[in-house]
Design a protein around this ligand. Structure first.
Ligand code: ADP
Length: 351
């Protein structure tokens, strides 16, 4: 599938400049803190050094004549010595704090860049996925749109277009529009699968299965396919509408990829806190080369294209998988080409 190289490059360029800006902000915070601490440290230490000068009188020169009760002068040499030592101490402190801040700047720059990259990585991945999704969707939309345009252009150029020809063109247009509608619904469904927006509660599995079967029975009857419901009376934790949709997708596929007059069976198994629901068909099966890809968006097995009348877009199983992951459950498949497939849903028991 053709990928959109340009938007990905632009996204990366945008992100790298965002990384730089975020790293700058982190570095600014680190440096403000480091300089702030240094100033406080300097002031406190400089004051402390100032207190090292002995009080007046202690630096007086010891004099044998000092016995007339008048105040004595400080010893200027000793005073000078103390002041010089204090000035040296303050200069040394200033240099140490300067080196410390230069070090903080260098280490901070590396740490800031690392933190900025780490913060932006999930956003980068989400954006890549978004770009890929839009690119895949546009690619899928282009094919039916091109077909519609071509059919209408040919009809328009035909000066002797009869009423029945025109009706054929309109019928084809309606078919294509219906397919586009299905694609748009599928894409919307994928985009809507937001775990946080669904409510989860205890739901009877038989109700979900029953409601899904009601939607599929007409298609199954058209192919004289029997659907056996052997689901046990168990409740699971989930969102009813979403789980029903998973079953409709799986049953729809089971009917579409099965030969007429075959059987589809739904069975349950309980293991610990989990309920396993198997949807077993006797259809065309899935080739080993297709199996790793069938849950990917827009993936369609070649065999299914030729053997089934279904004109899907390869979105059903990816929607089903997304719903199951939102339920902290799973969807797995076991298939033998020519014999049939078994899709298994793993759900949490409400019991
Ligand atoms: P679609 O059916 O629209 O192609 P899906 O995502 O539902 O898209 O299925 C993806 C592919 O998985 C199908 O194209 C088909 O090759 C394969 N598949 C799904 N279910 C079955 C099944 N029950 N039997 C055989 N093949 C199946």
């Amino acid at each position: 599938m053709k990928r959109f190289i340009l938007p990905v490059k632009q996204t990366r360029a945008f992100l790298s400049s965002t990384t730089a800006r975020l790293a700058e902000s982190y570095l600014l915070i680190i440096m403000l803190m480091s300089i702030g601490f240094s100033l406080v440290l300097y002031n406190t230490s400089a004051n402390q050094l100032g207190h090292q000068i002995p009080p007046h009188g202690l630096t007086q020169q010891a004099s044998p004549n000092n016995d007339q009760g008048k105040p004595q002068d400080d010893n200027p040499a000793l005073d000078h010595f103390f002041h010089q030592r204090i000035a040296e101490g303050r200069t040394a402190l200033r240099f140490r704090l300067l080196y410390l801040n230069v070090g903080a700047l260098l280490v901070g720059a590396v740490v800031s860049y690392y933190l900025a990259r780490r913060s932006l990585r999930p956003i980068e991945q989400a954006m890549d996925a978004q770009v890929q999704f839009v690119s895949d969707a546009s690619h899928e939309l282009r094919t039916p749109l091109t077909a519609i345009k071509a059919v209408n252009e040919v009809a328009l150029r035909n000066k002797k277009l009869s009423l029945s020809n025109a009706k054929n063109v309109i019928t084809q247009n309606i078919d294509d529009v219906e397919r586009l509608q299905a694609l748009a619904e599928g894409l919307l469904m994928l985009a809507k699968q937001d775990k946080t927006k669904l409510t989860y509660s205890a739901v009877a599995l038989q109700t979900i299965v029953g409601d899904a079967m009601t939607q599929i029975i007409p298609q199954a009857s058209n192919k004289a396919i029997t659907v056996n419901d052997e689901v046990a009376n168990i409740s699971v934790i989930g969102n009813k509408a979403a789980l029903e949709q998973v079953l409709v997708i799986l049953l729809d596929n089971a009917v579409a990829y099965s030969h007429p007059k075959t059987t589809i069976t739904l069975q349950t198994r309980i293991k610990g806190k989990h309920v396993y629901l198997d949807i077993v068909d006797q259809g065309i099966g899935i080739r080993a080369t297709d199996l790793p890809h069938i849950f990917s968006r827009f993936y369609r097995g070649d065999q299914s294209r030729s053997a089934s009348e279904k004109t899907g877009y390869g979105l059903g199983l990816s929607i089903a998988q997304r719903i199951m992951l939102n339920h902290d459950g799973a969807i797995t498949v076991h298939s033998v080409p020519g014999e049939g497939s078994t899709f298994t849903l793993k759900l949490s028991s409400a019991g």
